[in-house]
Design a protein around this ligand. Structure first.
Ligand code: ATP
Ligand code: MG
Ligand code: MG
Length: 551
């Protein structure tokens, strides 16, 4: 089910360098600071930075902050942090709003050339009159204003003499173009709002489609890579660069955006999940944000490997989220300490083990990586096992504990269930077992075999811990991420989070935030950086041990 990685943009770069069309590759990652970055952005980040790196070029981080209403410095800081964490260093750090002066000058140039005009029509009237794919547009009654009139009106727009929406500046191109984007698009609008960077200096703001090519050209970007929705905008992009007489000519290339199964990815929807408290903030481990994935326990290496594997193409598709899980397992397999944790504890008393005695057993740290060495874990008369590892009336092929059956305790001994202790409600609260000292792990005992091996934690030194298990937040096979789709709130999985309290080994008492472990039989876990308390770590399950995606 793996897609082969392909990168048609890389081939374009190779051709451009070979033909001498560009001397150096310059790319940019241009987020709008209106939310936290998500895994889709990671695809764009990896593409832009790795492409430039490969050809010894440069990559800018540019905040596309041309819309004053939705933007915030909190987002700026989180975006910088996430790009760095992913392992990339930008060459230039820019804000599109720093170019407002230059953009304004370029708009004046268009007006003087007779290529832009002030329109008094309302947004609805303009939308109506631009027509559709099958119906040509109708020229605005204000289309033939003279450059002098337009310059004067635009000046008055800039000076704040008009209300929001009263007037706009439009490019004057072709109202009958087969490409609706070329039918005199709006390039400036009036917004009386405070901007996070420029404050109250401006009340007119450039539209994205006008601003973006100028930003690229100002920075000398050579390859401006964006997602496929912008394909129809490319003629206008080229028009702006040419008619504004920009000295450097960037080229736009489009690739397929990342969609993941059971995941919504547009920032608007993610913000809604945060605002409506469906999740516990942008970094909730159930969120597909970089900060959520980090808190869940994903590593930059795993995310980068995933982005490389999915590749870059020009066709739409939805990637199975299990593919992302595959890469974190691969990354942690040889790195993570393999320890034991009991998530749903059941007390076991080993009746023939001497009271008051503790022995220390040797436990290897990673059975696939000897270099990780071993640790000592205590064993004594009282231990905890997993409630699931006992059944009073076992079904066929149940090889764990049941009355009269014997199992191996990982790193320790065989134990046999002799007696079941219940409370007044009839629930099993304790098992009384015996152990066989001959069967110590590593002793070479071959006298008899058992079919089940279970994990455990010695009771007196057990460290209490919380465990958070996750399921997909969104109940759906696929999500094309239609920004207008509101139904995703009805598809929230009510069981996306399960919290359990159990025990881990004594050596994990002071586990550091973000430290990752493989818990025997349970999967990979990360020490939560916010909810862990001294002596009581909280663990987020990153992923279970196996899936059909693993080789
Ligand atoms: P959203 O809809 O999530 O807000 P956006 O495209 O509006 O996404 P921007 O901050 O403008 O968000 O995006 C910055 C860059 O990241 C853009 O170049 C955009 O093409 C890219 N990008 C955003 N979402 C994805 C995605 N799902 N897959 C690949 N690239 C993406
Ligand atoms: Mg956006
Ligand atoms: Mg969007």
């Amino acid at each position: 089910n793996k897609t082969s990685s392909s990168n048609f943009i890389k081939n374009i770069v190779i051709d451009d360098l070979a033909a001498g069309r560009v001397k150096e590759i310059v790319t940019r990652f241009p987020p709008e600071p209106n939310g936290y970055l998500h895994i889709g952005h990671a695809k764009s980040i990896c593409l832009n930075f790795e492409l430039a790196d490969e050809f010894k070029g440069r990559t800018n981080l540019r905040f596309d902050d041309t819309n004053p209403v939705k933007e915030d410095v909190e987002y700026v800081e989180s975006i910088k942090q996430d790009v760095k964490w992913l392992g990339f260093d930008w060459d230039g750090l820019f804000f599109a709003s720093d170019y407002f002066g230059e953009m304004y000058e370029r708009a004046l140039l268009l007006i003087r050339k007779g290529l832009a005009y002030v329109d008094d029509q309302s947004a609805d009237e303009i939308r109506e009159s631009r027509g559709t794919l099958t119906e040509p547009g109708k020229p605005s009654p204000y289309r033939d204003r003279s450059p002098e009139d337009n310059l004067a009106l635009f000046e008055r727009m800039k000076n704040g003499e008009f209300a929001n929406g009263e007037k706009v500046l439009r490019a004057k191109i072709d109202m009958s173009s087969p490409n609706v984007n070329m039918r005199d698009p709006v390039i400036y609008r009036i917004v009386h709002a405070h901007h996070h960077n420029t404050g109250d200096a401006w009340v007119i703001y450039p539209m994205y489609a006008f601003a973006h090519p100028l930003e690229d050209a100002i920075e000398g970007v050579t390859h401006s890579i964006c997602t496929l929705e912008f394909e129809d905008q490319r003629p206008f992009y080229d028009w702006v660069v040419a008619q504004c007489e920009m000295p450097s000519v960037p080229r736009q290339y489009e690739f397929n955006r990342l969609n993941l199964t059971n995941t919504v990815m547009s920032k608007r929807k993610l913000k809604q999940l945060v605002d409506e408290k469906v999740v516990d903030g942008w970094d909730d481990p159930r969120m597909p944000t970089i900060s959520g994935l980090r808190r869940k326990g994903y590593t930059p290496e795993a995310i980068r490997a995933f982005c490389r594997e999915i590749g870059v193409a020009k066709s739409y598709g939805v990637v199975d989220e299990r593919m992302l899980e595959h890469f974190i397992r691969e990354d942690l397999k040889l790195k993570a300490l393999r320890t034991m944790a009991v998530l749903r504890p059941l007390k076991v008393v080993i009746t023939n083990y001497p009271e008051g005695q503790t022995e220390w057993l040797d436990a290897e740290n990673n059975s696939e990586n000897e270099e990780m060495g071993s640790r000592s874990i205590p064993f004594s008369r009282e231990i905890y096992i997993e409630q699931d590892d006992f059944m009073e009336v076992p079904p066929a092929k149940y090889f764990r504990l049941f009355p009269g059956n014997e199992v191996r305790l990982k790193h320790a001994y065989f134990i046999k269930c002799e007696e079941v202790v219940k409370n007044e409600a009839g629930e099993v609260v304790e098992l009384r077992c015996t152990y066989d000292p001959e069967t110590k792990s590593g002793s070479g005992f071959t006298g008899r075999k058992v079919k089940g091996t279970i994990h455990w934690i010695e009771a007196s030194q057990a460290v209490p811990a919380d465990f958070r298990l996750y399921e997909p937040l969104i109940l759906d096979e696929s999500d094309e991420d239609d920004a207008e789709d509101k139904s995703f709130l009805e598809r929230i999985n009510p069981h996306s989070l399960e919290t359990l309290s159990g025990f881990v080994e004594p050596g994990m008492k002071e586990a550091a935030a973000q430290e990752k472990f493989q818990f025997f039989r349970h999967g990979y876990f990360n020490v939560d950086p916010k909810d862990s308390a001294p002596g009581r770590p909280a663990f987020n399950r990153i992923v279970s041990l196996k899936s059909s995606f693993d080789a």
